[in-house]
Design a protein around this ligand. Structure first.
Ligand code: ACO
Length: 306
């Protein structure tokens, strides 16, 4: 759906959306397509790419704020669609930080030896919770899914070690009213619509994501110069550019898909990763910084040597 198509039904313009957000278009799931459908396709692609069969996966984590149903977890639907009959599957709810939260959980499961092969999926159908009459929010989001496979391996302790080097996750629930959905099973008994104070979110996003980046660098005794790629949550071009400047990275080292995908919440980081790995930009051994922030507020970073 292009900005021009949106402008046919809501009082907005391609120019306004482009200038304020960098978004040119977004993807909208088909009428009968669910979060589990999108997540399953992303999972299949990730398994293929990793050369791993679904039968060897012992944990499926789905980061989503738009599950198929209130319960069971969308992860269990995807598990079944993949033909898996073993392992565990659950959803993680941290909105746009969901994928970083999922990575943190998967990394820790692997580190303590409770899982060896983990599928982490970010999948969303935000189009279903948008108020399509609210121009302040409906222009910003889209649908999509992305996934990664994490595998445990013996650590040799060297600086060249591949995989997740660190994760840092945070939340501060006092900011509920800045970004939330005004419905739910226990409050209204309805699904509800997304509500947001755009300026407030923008201000916090820049500060919090910068903190998460600094924390990852400090923890790993690295400087911005050590980072090859920034793969940020794709909310807004201006926020993404601010994060790139924070790491002194030229624009071509910051992976950006917000122009074509808009904000796909928990799916945005793995979707951006898929593009940059798929087209050969991110190569084995590259140092990749992932960061995100979302409703709650939640925020965090993951540092990965690809
Ligand atoms: N088209 C045209 N005009 C609009 C639109 C629109 N789609 N939306 C709002 N406006 C108008 C407003 O009504 C207002 O008009 P007024 O001055 O006559 O009252 C004017 O534009 C300015 O509105 P603001 O909301 O102050 O615009 P701002 O410059 O803050 O930009 C935006 C809004 C793009 C939402 C910005 O605040 C933002 O990007 N915030 C971050 C939000 C975000 O990314 N959220 C994603 C979820 S959280 C996360 O992922 C990090």
């Amino acid at each position: 759906m292009t900005n021009a198509e949106l402008a046919l039904s809501v009082d907005t313009s391609d120019e306004w959306i482009r200038q304020r957000t960098g978004i040119l278009e977004r993807r909208i799931a088909g009428e009968n397509e669910t979060t589990a459908d999108l997540g399953t396709r992303a999972a299949e692609a990730a398994l293929r790419h990793a050369g791993v069969s679904a039968g060897t996966i012992d944990l499926v984590i789905v980061a989503t704020a738009t599950p198929n149903e209130t319960f069971p977890a969308t992860a269990t639907r995807i598990q079944a669609s993949l033909g898996m009959t073993r392992g565990a599957a659950f959803d993680v709810q941290a909105v746009c930080t969901g994928f970083v939260y999922g990575l943190a959980i998967a990394d820790n499961f692997i580190k303590v030896g409770q899982a060896e092969n983990v599928l982490v999926i970010g999948a969303e159908t935000f189009s279903r919770i948008l108020d399509w009459e609210d121009r302040g929010t409906c222009v910003l989001f889209g649908d999509g899914a992305g996934a990664v496979v994490l595998q445990g391996s013996e650590s040799r302790g060297g600086p060249e070690e591949r995989g997740i080097l660190s994760t840092h996750i945070h939340s501060d629930g006092r900011h509920h009213d800045a970004l939330y959905v005004d419905g739910g099973p226990s409050s209204t008994g309805t699904v509800g619509h997304l509500r947001m104070e755009g300026r407030e979110v923008f201000r916090h996003a820049v500060v919090r994501m910068s903190e998460a980046i600094d924390q990852a660098l400090e923890h790993n005794h690295l400087t911005p110069g050590d980072i090859d790629w920034l793969v940020p949550h794709q909310a807004n071009m201006r926020i993404i550019e601010a994060m790139g400047r924070r790491l002194h990275l030229p624009a071509e080292r910051v992976v950006c898909t917000v122009d074509r995908h808009a904000n796909t919440s928990a799916a945005s980081i793995p979707l951006a990763l898929w593009e940059a790995v798929g087209d050969g930009r991110i190569k084995e051994g590259d140092m990749v910084m992932l960061e995100g922030m979302g409703g709650g507020f939640t925020w965090g970073s993951a540092l990965v040597r690809w």
